[in-house]
Design a protein around this ligand. Structure first.
Ligand SMILES: [Cu+2]
Length: 116
């Protein structure tokens, strides 16, 4: 058996404080099929993170311009505005951020815009 002291140390080591920040939601949602092109894209995290990259790409890998406010402070929510209408078809949003614990995190969201 573990001594009470060893048990306490094990519990402290299992603390979630060491975990990376997590993406908790987005608009559009990952996997969404949209009737119309979005005017903005939003990332929502479980804690403030510094989003360093948001890139919107079409199926051919071409970049669709996004405008961000450029504020480097960490936030729970980060949004970017499309400066031109999004094309129809498959789109993906690639993002990268600095987790609240200082580690790099990132991911890709995919969604589809139907022709009107
Ligand atoms: Cu980490």
């Amino acid at each position: 058996m573990f001594s009470p002291r060893t048990l306490l140390i094990l519990l402290l080591m299992a603390s979630p404080a060491a975990a990376h920040s997590e993406l908790r939601g987005s608009a559009p949602q990952d996997g969404a099929t949209l009737a119309a092109a979005p005017s903005e894209v939003i990332l929502r995290f479980n804690e403030p993170v510094q989003v360093t990259t948001m890139r919107l790409l079409n199926a051919a890998g071409e970049t669709i311009p996004l405008r961000r406010d450029g504020d480097p402070a960490p936030y729970r929510e980060e949004r970017a505005t499309l400066t031109t209408p999004a094309p129809t078809g498959a789109l993906r949003l690639e993002w990268r951020a600095i987790s609240a614990d200082g580690h790099p995190i990132g991911g890709t969201l995919r969604f589809t815009v139907h022709a009107p």
